[in-house]
Design a protein. Structure first.
Length: 32
């Protein structure tokens, strides 16, 4: 749980999962 398509998370979750991941990063304050 630390990459986008590099970790395969983006492909597994699809579009809506990717959007949620970005929202979580915004809340936690990660800008990696």
């Amino acid at each position: 749980f630390g990459g986008y398509k590099q970790s395969g998370n983006g492909r597994e979750w699809g579009r809506y999962g990717f959007e949620e991941f970005l929202e979580v990063k915004s809340i936690l304050g990660y800008n990696a």
